[in-house]
Structures are given as structure tokens and as C-alpha cells.
Design a protein around this ligand. Sequence first.
Ligand code: HEM
Ligand SMILES: [Ca+2]
Length: 846
Amino acid sequence: MKLLPALLSSTLGFETETPMEAIQAAHSRVRNGFVLPEMEEINFANERLLAETFSPSNRNLNVQDAVERSNNITMGFFRQGSCDTSFPSLDGSCNAPNDEGRSMQPYKRLVPADYCDGRQSPRCSSRGRPLPSERQVMIRMRGTNGAPTRNPVASYAFTAWGQFLTHDIIQTPDVGGASCACNGSNSNCKVIEVNRQTDPILTFPCMFIKRSSGKVGAQGGEPVREQVNQLSSFIDGTVVYGFTNKHKNLLLDADGMHLKMRNSPNGPILPGVNQFNDDQIKKDFGTANVFNDKGHTPQVAGDTRVMENPILMSFHTMFARLHNRVVDDLVKENPKWAKERVFNEARLFVGAILKQITYSEYLPILLGRNAINLFPAVRMSKADKRPARTRFMKELDEEEIMQRNTGFMPPAQDDPSIRQEFIVAGFRVGHSTVPEQLVSANSNLQAQDRRDLKDNYFDPDMSIEHGPGGCIRGAMAGDSNRVSGSYAQATMSHLFKPNNFQHGTDLGSINIARGREHGVGSYESVKRFCMQHESYRRLYNGNNPAMINGWNNIVRLYDDPEDVDLYAGILNEQKMPGAEVGPTAGCIILDQFIALKRGDRFWHENAGVFTDKQLTEIKSTTLAKVICETMEGMQRTNKNVFLRANIRFQGVTNNIMSCGNVGTLDFSSWRAGDTQGPNETPDPETSTSAPSTETVDRVEFGCKLTKGRRNGLIECGRAGDWTDATLDDLAEHIKNRGGIPIQGKRAQIVNLATKAVRRMSIQGNSKVTNPDKLKNVISKFGNLLELDVSKTGLTSFTKDTISENNLLGNVNLEGTEINSVDMDLFMALGTNLARGNKFVMFAHED
Ligand code: HEM
Ligand SMILES: [Ca+2]
């Protein structure tokens, strides 16, 4: 059936013919990010490996081997940003011990995977029967809960922030190429049954979702499908800057510091797709006319979901403006800083503000005081100078590795990986708070325009007409709903409704289906985990959680109460005091945000990330301040933007304040001289002595042992004067003396056993060019884990160069002539990395 093809055709982005296709295309837009071709290849390779692993003809399956192969495939994704700088990488790599939280890494689980076939098919009942239709569960929940109710404390900004934050930390890609049908013929799709006779609104014969892309994981010695996160899981501004160099570079203005914007009557707004000379941008950010009926130019940001609704788009605009504002101020304070430094400092600041607002203004409303009290405090910086940024060099112990590979173990509290329970259920409670209408407001915070969300998906019109400022004020003035099993019609039946059709799809059903498809454990199993957890059990006060009246109605849909979906369970728990969620959602959300705090070495309160004065500035920055400083037309603001005006929350009234009283951003503590940049930080262990040639050994090439003996990091040729001949001399010295000459504290040379060397840097020696001579040296270090040859004159570096170093898992080649790394070297590094199972990260700061 072809409906109104003329209206449905699109100028940009997705080409669609039927309403169902328009909805599918919109859905696929929010699932799939701005990826590099190799990432798509990795997803395909992983799917092939999954098929091979699970094939019935695969009789001598070696699980360990399959997992290792899958990990090697993932390693084909080149690090985005470098490991040895003092700023976070773009893709989250080099932050945690085994690159947890990096883009393309698998999710972890609080409870074991529960697939129907034990491996990858969507969860079924404990008796092996199909679970009730997701749509039926949604309809029953709405029947039992009643219509959604207005949130008595939270404004729409509370909901908007949840979505914006999600888009910094999570995006699960679809399997490529699947085309779905209602008869379930394609196992890459999950069908959601619709009863057309009884359904209140939907007329489709079924709904479906494409399955999430997966890789091989292991559980109890058996292989299981594990889904992956495309984004850097850290709260670090992915939503503003993207997670790849390509994307970031496209977003950057010609000056290399600012983000591209364009002028509008409402001030600078996000750049349009036509400002980019890049087909992928046009494809991944375009939108169809059935949504964008006024034909506005689609807007481009750090995340491909930016256009999903106009308020979300306005939050994007705010943070792009914030970045540019910070750049202006940093340049004023430090006219001599290199442009990369300015960009990175601004990015570090923006990331810190996202963290600060999330933990101090947003989470207390979502989780309430009891849960917030369970957050660990983080060590603060003592020094007023910025010390070397904190390092993180933990190696997993062997036992833990074994357990993870063969048994089941939930992630440690400081493992920043995103949890399955969080992405399919815990944090999707936010979907139930989405109201029917979006609001814009004038400078007095009075509602100006109310528009039905169902007509504004992927339509920027509201933010063009009323400005991003009007939309942000509308977010403070507008409503959120309460968390419950009842969705607004806008999301329960009209999600991504095309303009020329009478309905859309159901986000709630999709959420439940996604949980089953990811093999996420049932509500009862996750509740048990939480109630037995040494810390989270406190959320329950020793009792089973109280459920809403009529809960049994919902349970009755299932064969067995044990089978109830996690999402259905947590939506129907009674809320904890002063919180928006019950204890089980609370446990899942708390665990995730503890992990994102403890597992982030760039956490803004960690010693060494900012100076005390800078941190004070960051901690005094609220969302209200950011809004007053960046949005057009601002005069006044709610004190806490996530709360409705004038309500009391936790004993304090949320007044409306004049922007003049909110305070301004002040970057004076970023002035050089006042602060020591990471690159100027002297190393306490090495700053005492300049390299000297007055040595007992008469060698002229002593290396420095920095960061303590335990890390085994030696830095050689720090003056940049090493040549290929120095490499020969060094090899000769090691042969004669059995060790490597180390420049001691008092300018003496001592010999360090080669086996103690685990990390070596000859960074910056442009006269070191010969890979064979390098090989001759490094082959003598049997325990070498990492090698930094960045900014050297090396012209080639291959698998052969490291063929005698079978633990060497990380090589930094940045700033050399070698700008592509061949696959063999990659695979070898990956194998070494897995073999050593050691944390790899270049830890030195300069
Ligand atoms: C207008 C508002 C929103 C719309 C239209 C929307 C829509 C969607 C859609 C279509 C998906 C993909 C579902 C799937 O295929 O599995 C999704 C995922 C998700 N949403 Fe929302 N959402 C909204 C707001 C929110 C809010 C307020 C939160 C949290 C507070 C949230 C959290 C999430 C999470 C955690 C995911 C999973 C992401 C992933 O795995 O890629 N969303 N949303
Ligand atoms: Ca991120």
C-alpha cells in the first residue's frame, strides 16, 4: 500500500514511501550514530562470528577463543584521540583499566543474561513459552495505573535533561541490513504483536524492532550475545563533540577552537547540514518532510538524535554556545595558548559542567535523598596548583579475569561500563515522564506556545520560531509527568507519527521488547540482586518494595510472577520517599551513576583534574547560570531548572531568580601563571636533575625511570636528541651490562634490569627513524606492555617490529609519518593485549 507518495518523499536523509517506513527510518536515526566505515565492518564481522559460534555444526567450540576473536575484531576500531594527553580521548579510550566505557565496548550485566535459548534468542517464560505481547503489557499498565499524571515537583527540563544526558553516554546500534516482517521470518528482528481488533489506536498488523548489534561474550563457560555501546560511556560531552575524530573535526570551525554555528534572528544556532561538505553528514542528520513539513534545514550536532524534538535540539544549542563562550574567555585569559589546548580545555570544562549539573541538580530529584547519600565522596584536590592529572593503572587480578570469562560476575562499582539493566529499563523510566505537549515561554517564563509532541518529532519548527531560548524557558515552564506505567499518547501510540498519518508506534512496547531482545534478566532477578547487595539493599529498608494498587492485574499476564519484565516491574514500584522512582530502579540508576563517577579518572573533583579555584568555579555553576549566560531573551530563571517554579523540594523553595543574581561564568582561574597546564607540569620524581653526561658509565643516553618503579615506565631521549646510532649504542650497552642505563636522582647512571621495563617512551626524537634498530632494542624488553614512539622520525612500524615482544599491546605512533596502521599489526597488538591481560595506557602526562 502506497500512501500519498508525493507528500512522503523527502529531500534529505531518509527516503520513505509508507508511514511504516517513515517511522522505521526515524527509529533507525535514533539508533545509529555518526559512525566510521570500520565500525560498520566491525559490526558485520561480529555478526558473522556470532553466527559461526552459535552454529549447530560448530562442534568443537572454544568459548575463550571465540571471545578473544570477538575482542580482536573490536580492536580494529582505532583509538579516537590519543592516550598520552592529559585530556580525555574522544571515544572514552584510555580512561579505565581495560578500556571499559570506550566506544564499541559491550554492556555489562548486574544479573546473568536470560536468553530463551541460553545464547541469543529473546527471553521467554521460565517454562519456555512466549511472554505476553509487549503492547498488551503497555495497555494493561495504562488500564491499571490510569492516565498519566502531572509531576508535582519536576519541570519538563527534568525530562529533557534525562534525554540529553542519555545521548552523551548511550547509543546502541541496530544490526545492519535487516528488513523486518510481521511473520517473524527474519531473526534479526523482534516482532511486537498488535491485536488490531482490540487495540485502542494502532492499525498496523504488528510493530517490530531491529535487533541490536552484538558481539560474542561468555557466561558460565558458554557464549552469549552481548550488545555494544557506540558512545564513550563517560559523561564527557560526546553529545556536543561526537566520539570520532572525523565528526569532531567536521564540527570544528576553521579556527580550530570554536564549534561551527550559524546566525539566526535568535542568535547563533546549530549549523545546517548544508554547511558541511560531507555526504555522511547529510545522510545521518537529514530528516524527512513528513516530519519537517516546513522544510527547515536539518541541524548538526555531536549526536545524530539532535532533531528528535525541538527542546532536545535547544539543549544541544545551549551547550554548543557554552563551548564557544568558554573558548572566547580562555583565549582572552591566555592569548598564547595553542588552539588545541584551548579547544581541549573548553571541552574538559563542558564535560565537567555536564557532570556537575547531573549529580548536584538532576539526580537528587530522580533518586531522592536516601539514594544520594549512598554516593561515595570523591577526594578533592589539595594543591592550588594543578598537579599532574590522576593516573589509573590497575591490573585485573588473574582470578577476576577467570571469573569473568567462565562464571558470572557483576561489574565492579568502579567499572564505568554501561549496564544492560540501565539502558533497557532503569533509565528508560524517563520515557514515562514525557508529556503530551512541549511548551515555549517568553522572558517572563510564561508559556507562549504549546505544541503536541506527536506532531513535532524531527521537526525543528518550534525552536526556529521561538528560538532555542524560548524552548529552554519552555522547558522550565512546562510539565513532566510522574514516573508510572502510563505513557502519554504521544509516546505510547504516536511515537514518530508522520504528519499525514493518524498514528505512530509505541515506545513503551519497544522498551519492553528491547529488554527481552537483550536477554535482560526479569524484574524478580534484578530485584533479588539489589536486595542482596551490601549497599543498595538499604534502599528497601528490609522490605519487599510496595507495588501500586492493581499490580496483580499486570502480573497475571505472565505465566509466572518470576517472568515479569524488568521494565514493567520498576514502573510499578511505589516511589522511595522524595524520589521519582522505586528502590529497584533506584538501585540500577544509582549503581550506574556511582560507576560513572568512580570509574572516570577525569571526574572533575579528582585531584589533578582542575585546580581548587577552577573547581570552585565549576561547582558554583548551575544549569540556571549556563542558561542565563548562553540563551537569548533571558531575564529570569528557576533556581533549579529541573524543578517547577515556587515548589518546595527537600525543604527549600525553588524561587524564580533574576539572571542578574545567578552569577556569571568567570575564567580568571584559568589564566596561565595562575594555573599550571598539564603540559607544563614538572614531574616530581624527575624535575630535580637535568640530564647529565658526567656519569660513571660515560654513556650519553641515560633514560629516566618515571612514575615509580612499579609502573616500569622509562622515558628516553627527553631532550629529543636520540638518533638511530643511540639505539645501536643502547643495544650494545644492554648486551654488555645486562641492563638499561637509568639517570638517577643525583645525575648518576644505574643499570635497571630489562625485565623491569614495562613501558618505554622515546617520544619526540625525530632523528630516530629506523624500525629495525628500534626492534633490536625493544626485543630485549620481554615484559614491555606499551611503547610510545610518537613524534619520532620512524617511517615504518609493522607487525615484524614487535614480533619479539609478545606482551606489547599498545603503541603510540601519533605525530609520525605513519598515518595508517596495517591490520596485521593491529591484530598482533590485540592478541598481545589479551595475552598480557594487563591494563594498557600510557600514563605519563607530557
Ligand atoms: C521526547 C522524548 C523521548 C523520545 C521520543 C525518546 C525516544 C527513544 C527511542 C525511539 C529510543 C530507542 C528505543 C529502542 O529501539 O530500543 C530511545 C532509547 C532510550 N531512551 Fe529515549 N526518548 C525520549 C526521552 C528519554 C528520556 C527522558 C530518557 C531518560 C531519562 C530516555 C532514555 C533512553 C535510554 C536510556 C534509551 C536507550 C538508548 C540506547 O540503548 O541506545 N529517553 N528513546
Ligand atoms: Ca560520553
